[in-house]
Design a protein around this ligand. Sequence first.
Ligand code: NAP
Length: 275
Amino acid sequence: MILDGKNLSNKIKEDIKLKIKSYLIKPTLSVIQIGDDEASNIYINSKRKACEEVGINFIHEKFNENTLEQEIINKIIEFNNDNYVNGILIQLPIPKKFDTYKLLNLINKNKDVDGLTDINMGLLFKDNNNLIPCTPHGIIKLLEEYNIDLVGKHAVVVGKSNLVGKPMTILLLQKGATVTVCHSKTKDLGNFTKQADILISAVGKKNLITKDMVKENAVVVDVGMNRVDGKLYGDVDYENVKDIASYITPVPGGVGPMTVAMLLSNVLKNYEKNL
Ligand code: NAP
């Protein structure tokens, strides 16, 4: 059965839109982009479109690669101090000459709608969630929508990035799963993935997860986004794995739309806190 992220994200967006309709002042999301990364341009456009759909104001501040760091810092401070800005995000990755860690941590923790500042990451580790990173949060919402119980289940997360793998692991632990985390140094990946009741792949390699690496009736969540010849693929060999999985996310139409829906929901969450 397909875990339809597109459908659920539409429902979430509809709820958000209805709420925003009743507000006189609309929430605002400010996106900072540095450089002209092609994938970033695509992601920012889909965020803009989603904001427009639900009635969130969208500010896009695009800096070229030669901008002085101080100019970007000034912009983050300006957004932090602007009471009309409810969410700030820096579209990643940014050019290597900039310090991602430093810039991210300048964002006010209540406006950090990607949930990537040290404070919000730390709160997540203490089960005291403030703003949760959008992709793992969206995955949990999707599993909940299909009544997939995580308590006592063996979840295997492939990938341990700060953006996806690590916060995913924490959320699964919070939900009562037993979690194994795999990464590029894991020996015999298939040995671990084959034991998963819930398998989540967040790597960025087409066809990394093949049928022989998946247990019968496993729930398979594919976070990967790999563009090959203009077409989007996940990490999972979908055509073959779908026959043995009990549930599976398609790419596109699975995790991606949920990520955007959670971003909108984080903007609204901070806006409503300040009503
Ligand atoms: P990342 O920072 O590059 O992390 C990739 C992770 O995969 C790392 O932990 C790496 O291990 C691990 N890895 C690499 N090769 C591996 C292998 N052969 N076997 C097992 N693990 C391996 O990427 P990310 O930001 O987490 O994103 C991962 C994928 O998800 C990308 O395709 C990205 O585009 C996609 N993504 C999708 C969404 C969405 O909304 N659908 C959101 C975010 C990201 P090490 O740590 O040991 O290097």
